[in-house]
Ligand binder design. Sequence first.
Ligand SMILES: Cc1ncc(COP(=O)(O)O)c(C=O)c1O
Length: 496
Amino acid sequence: MTMQKTNFAEETLDPADWAATRALAHRMIDDAIDHLDGVRKRPLWQEMPASVQDSLAEPVPEGPQPLEHVYSSITANLMPHPMGNIHPRFWMWYMGAGNFTGAMGDFLAAIDGSNLGGGNMAAAQIDRQVTGWIRDIMGFPQESSGTLVTGGSMANIIGLMAARNAMAGVDLRQLGVDAMPQPLRFYASDQVHNCHFKAMNLLGLGKGSLSIVPSNEQFRLNIGALKDQIISDRDKGSKPACVIATAGTTNTGSIDDLTAIADLCAKEGVWMHVDGCIGALIAIAPKNRHLVAGIERADSLALDLHKGLHAPFDVGCALVRDRRQHRLTFAEDAEYLQKASRGIAAAEFLHDYNLDTSRGFRALKIWMMLKEHGVEKFGRLIDQGIGQAHYLTERITRESLLELMAPTVIDVVCFRYNPGRLDEGALRDLNIEVMLRLQEFGIAAVSDTTIHGHHCLRAAICNHRTRRADLDLLVQETLRIGGDLVVTPKAKAAIG
Ligand SMILES: Cc1ncc(COP(=O)(O)O)c(C=O)c1O
């Protein structure tokens, strides 16, 4: 095929000088490796100085500048001021710590450039292979379906939307929620993640359709109360549609009794959805997999692969047991998106299983990471984090000034600095100040929460770089900062 020459200037985004671009790209890779290799030596987090804030508030660049200049702003402004979650002592919100292979996967996915809305190409095949792997490691049947999405919130929306449409009693896609013969009720414990409220809003059911069932002293959904609620709702004319069980709650890491919930859902004809964003992948951890027994019985399951597998953000996965129902919930026909018998459109559209049309190639990073390390290593890393959480728990219980606030089940530890003689409000102020100083001194990041009415600090050890000595340092520095705050008048003033 020969191309005709034109005599007007046509532009492209490809570099004018590939050799110079190659040299710069090599430098970026070298810098990236140094950045990861040196992560432990840098402070976990530091406040951005005004110069950085100003530089990142510049107006839209109308004209060009060399890529080298653009990159120098990244090295000066971005890289020294990360969130900190790749640092070994980041245990704040439940997150993954990333990894180099996953980052290369994202880079190569962008270079491949495919749109994973669907198509007959290797990238789509890798996407199908990865969701098939997740299905297999979670013990879901071969006929079930899966889709990769942005994260846990979206994975939950996929499962809950399939549940709503399956249970609505009308063709909900066509007729909408107004046509439902009975209002639907969803159920979850008071420990459920707030993304489910967003989901109820999006699904047009409203937050009021989600019945909040109390949790017991172990922060697990109270099964007796759930049963009572289902019976009472049915008596009142509502349709019990879906129980949202949580495998790994955000506050304490507690795991609902999945087997009991599966039995109850089977008996009552209710859809069982599991929010496994924190805990589903414990199914691959040899020492702890018994904790999530029963998860394979769910009708739908949400997983977060940027958490449990430490894939770079963002990637989650939704599995649905009934592939037909999954597709029926999302697939829409369009004259401009027809499947063909040959060529690029000769394959099922992957966006028929989610809300997107265009989709990124998230699967590649997962595919590369799983192939490089093997699933077994990821299972051992999950066991390692849980082991570290139990180690921290033991350290806390040996210190008279630290108080364990919830049973440690997986890799989440709830505790507080408690010198005695302080009421709940003062304890809260004191612990918030401890938490902020740990962050501001660049030592460690923990978050705070309130469980059954008590404020506490929370360490979520979803971090493959953490070592037990890092947890020793957390204990030591919490005691030191807490002690300083309690004894110095200046510090006392800071906490009010
Ligand atoms: C139990 C649970 N569900 C859902 C989510 C939301 O996941 P994502 O942040 O990936 O959207 C989280 C986030 O931490 C979570 O802990």
